[in-house]
Design a protein around this ligand. Sequence first.
Ligand SMILES: [Ca+2]
Length: 159
Amino acid sequence: MVSGGAFEGSHDGPFGQGYGEGISAGADAEDWIVSRDKHRYDEIFFTLMPVNGKITGVNAKKEMMNSRLPNTVLGKIWKLADCDHDGMLDDEEFALAQHLIKIKLEGYELPAELPHHLVPPAHRKNPTADKKSSKTSGFRSPRFTDSASFSIKQKNPHI
Ligand SMILES: [Ca+2]
């Protein structure tokens, strides 16, 4: 008989939720963690008859229900995965949905909002894009100031 064991004494045991697992997996990775398994999700995606690169909510729902998760959970996953809220899933959104299903099936909790590291690359907002376009509005005619400083030099008594 084994009494106690290696797990005794540790408050959460070896199965406690640690950093880098569940929803926070991939938070410190440069690449989109979902892309690591995306080729497998893509295979399912293309069996769901995508139109213009997207599958309908109906087809996505059928596949998602195979997970046997309750509808309330799948509804939550849908909201997180449909990043652009168009009622359809593109291949990245679908892969994300499958990733979230996997996380839930592994026993981890889902977040209320999608953490930035899980947002599909195509749906990430690029904050530098707006800054670049506003640069031109600060452009003022440099000729006026140039000629003004030029005329001052002309009046310089040293010349
Ligand atoms: Ca969508």
